[in-house]
Design a protein around this ligand. Structure first.
Ligand code: ADP
Ligand code: MG
Length: 694
């Protein structure tokens, strides 16, 4: 059933319409049925002009008594309509005002015509008016709508009128389109509305709904919405399970390992693994030896020691004669992994290839050649590793650090990149909320590093008013003169990278002047060349720089154990995850560490909440939980930026109970009636992509 058939008879306009519909994700008639209204307008009644009041949204009707273009204060079409609804035959009026209009407007709104208008009435200078009302030409006996009028999500050039028409046709043309695809008893015992009732109701609710029903409709808690949500969630769960089954059928290289390199690494790391690290490493080791691809998420708070676990996993892959790719979301973090891993593996005779977006073309070519030949076993870098034309013919394991920082689109690209046949280890310091674990991440196995390496001192957090900033400058100067090191993080300026840069440079100058020649103040920001960044980090790590002024480039994963002071300016502008990550940069050595959060009043409620949470909690998982409560899971997925649709109707926060039901229903349906499961997936996903997954 092609969409061109929706808008026959003329092929050309039909195609144009089809293209617009595709932009809305509608490529089949069945999709039209699932294109549900955002809200409704009540076109079932007329409000007499004498009853109009400012602030109300109404439908009204009258005869045009004047219609002219005015030029002050700017060009506009102004019409006056009237009726005789007032007592004793007096005339009542309403002004219609259009700041943009076409000749067709003037034609329809010509003097003497009877028009029906819809919009919000307001008190204008010259009496009641509606700006840009919907309007149409009528006669005295043009019938009123008998259902509420849906307002659909739409796209440029596609009018509500047209959408309403094609949707209504799709909805009523063929009863099969709204028939149950899941056996009666199965849905029935849970007392959901039938699919047909639900979609007919949602596309065209009857007028005169009680206030309560209206509210439920708006809030999408009405039983008709519930039916659509459960259907959608069921489709998602079925799709997830299909994906899992497909994974189980896929083959990945068996990475048995020899224990040679991993044993060597164990001998040379300067610390003893924590029990949690041992446990997690054995979980990963076991997975890698299997012939089905591992998809494991390693979760552990900032500083819990995920990198060394990744190194062990990498060595097992290399021992098994395969290639391993280790990726991080930022250049600075990837580079740090590169150095750390290089130092751990020094002398083991392993070539580590570095690859990032900023690598000069010549070096990059060399790197990709080495990897493509299959000889170089280990690649460390940014997402350049899977974005560019990089071939890893013997890839056995892909390790992705801070995986939640990669956008959904990048994660999808990763899946396409021949990595489907490789084992995957993802790492994250941010716990996945329960609803997401049940939905988008349902296909992952999870390992937890729930223990910190010994000897960590808790970080003291201080909230300090920005007014007392000069005291902090003095205090940091003193502490650093006594051998400590500090990060000084510039305020986040989301609107302007340039301004952020200027602030960083100014702060660097200010602190340099404040500490005269006694302390060396360094600077690192996102616009610096990678070499210069690395140099600054090196000098700081080597203790040559006492105070490192930084933009948020140091946010993720940077590790300088001697740094024990973190100052964050305008902490109120940062998100909780960022604050926790930044604070996690200190408290890595044995010295007592301090994190100073400078804030400026007045604080918004959200900022107050955030500062309170970061002040009261040090456990990253607890902070993440609170953060999610403040922000919601959409942010977590990073999907909003990438534009990949998540769920359309169900809400991950409010519909937890439905998600749980959908999960159970999916199991039951697959066990008892797989054909019905297929029909359901066909209705919801059809030719479209599967629901996204991690
Ligand atoms: P994260 O989990 O945040 O990525 P890292 O892997 O960067 O943490 O580890 C933080 C620091 O702890 C590093 O300096 C690392 O070398 C060190 N480390 C890791 N494991 C241990 C351990 N078992 N004992 C002591 N230090 C450790
Ligand atoms: Mg890390």
């Amino acid at each position: 059933m092609s969409l061109t058939s929706v808008a026959k008879p003329r092929a050309k306009p039909g195609e144009a319409l089809a293209a617009k519909l595709v932009r809305l994700g509608i490529s089949r008639e069945a999709d039209l049925v699932l294109h549900l209204p955002l809200r409704y307008e009540d076109h079932t009644q007329l409000t007499p002009l004498s009853d109009l009041r400012g602030g109300e949204t109404v439908q009204a009707e009258g005869v045009v008594v004047r219609s002219d273009i005015q030029y002050r204060p700017r060009r506009q079409l102004v019409c006056l309509i009237e009726d005789d609804s007032a007592p004793r035959g007096a005339r009542s009026h309403l002004v219609l005002r259009f700041f943009s209009f076409y000749p067709s407007h003037q034609k329809t709104l010509a003097q003497g015509n009877r028009v029906r208008v819809f919009g919000e009435v307001r008190d204008g200078h010259y009496g009641l008016e509606i700006v840009h009302p919907e309007f149409k030409l009528v006669t005295r006996d043009t019938p009123l709508a008998d259902r509420l009028t849906p307002v659909y999500p739409t796209t440029a050039g596609l009018s509500q009128e047209t959408l309403r028409k094609v949707i209504e046709r799709a909805l009523n043309a063929d009863p099969n389109r709204t028939a149950e695809v899941i056996p009666e008893g199965f849905m029935g015992k849970r007392k959901y509305w039938s699919f047909a009732d639900a979609v007919h109701f949602l596309h065209a609710p009857p007028p005169g709904l009680s206030a309560l029903t209206q509210k439920a409709l708006d809030a999408r808690t009405h039983p008709a919405w519930t039916r659509l949500k459960i259907d959608e969630l069921l489709a998602q769960q079925l799709s997830l399970k299909a994906h899992r089954k497909a994974r189980a059928a896929r083959r990945a290289p068996v990475l048995t390992g020899t224990g040679k390199l991993t044993g060597e690494l164990l001998n040379r790391v300067p610390f003893k693994l924590t029990r949690a690290q041992e446990r997690v490493w054995s979980e990963i080791r076991r997975d890698l030896k299997r012939a089905t691809p591992m998809q494991r998420l390693l979760q552990g708070d900032v500083g819990s020691g995920k990198t060394i676990v990744a190194a062990f996993a990498a060595l097992q892959g290399i021992e098994s004669g395969r290639q391993v790719a280790f990726m991080a979301p930022t250049e600075i973090l990837a580079e740090q992994h590169y150095r750390k891993v290089s130092s751990w593996l020094a002398g083991l005779g392993i070539d580590i290839v570095w690859l990032s977006g900023s690598l000069p073309a010549k070096n990059r070519r060399k790197a990709t050649e080495q990897l493509a030949s299959g000889k170089a076993p280990f690649a460390v870098g940014t997402h350049a590793l899977f974005q560019e034309a990089v071939e890893l013919p013997r890839l056995g394991l892909a390790i992705i650090d801070e995986q939640h920082r990669f956008g959904v689109a990048q994660r999808l690209a990763l899946r396409g990149k021949g990595m489907a046949e490789a084992h995957q280890l993802m790492m994250s310091a941010t716990p996945i909320p329960r609803t997401l674990a049940m939905t988008f991440y349902a296909d992952l196995d999870v390992s937890m590093l729930d223990e910190m390496p010994p000897g960590r001192m808790p970080v003291q957090t201080r909230l300090v008013n920005q007014k007392r900033r000069s005291e902090i400058i003095q205090w940091v100067g003193k502490a650093c003169s006594a051998g400590r090191q500090a990060y000084w993080v510039c305020p986040l300026i989301e609107e302007s990278e340039k301004l952020e840069l200027q602030t960083a440079v100014a702060l660097h100058m200010e602190l340099t002047a404040a500490y005269e020649q006694k302390l060396k103040v360094g600077l690192i920001h996102g616009r610096m060349k990678p070499d210069a960044k690395a140099q600054a980090m090196d000098a700081f790590a080597a203790g040559e720089i006492a105070v490192l002024v930084a933009t948020t480039v140091i946010e993720v994963g940077v590790d300088v154990p001697n740094a024990s002071i973190m100052v964050i300016e305008h902490a109120e502008r940062f998100g909780l995850a960022q604050l926790h990550q930044l604070r996690g940069r200190v408290g890595r050595g044995s010295a007592e560490s301090v994190c100073v959060l400078l804030f400026e009043e007045p604080l918004t409620d959200m900022a107050k909440q955030r500062l309170k949470v970061i002040y009261e909690h040090s456990d990253g998982f607890e902070i993440a939980r609170q953060d999610l409560q403040i922000r919601g899971p959409g942010e977590f997925l990073g999907a909003r930026q990438s534009g990949v649709p998540l769920l359309r109707f169900a809400d991950l926060e409010r519909d937890i109970a439905l998600i749980e039901q959908a999960r159970d229903m999916a199991d039951e349906l697959l066990a008892n009636d797989p054909a019905a499961a297929d029909r359901h997936l066909e209705r919801w996903l059809g030719g479209k992509q599967e629901y996204i997954k991690a």
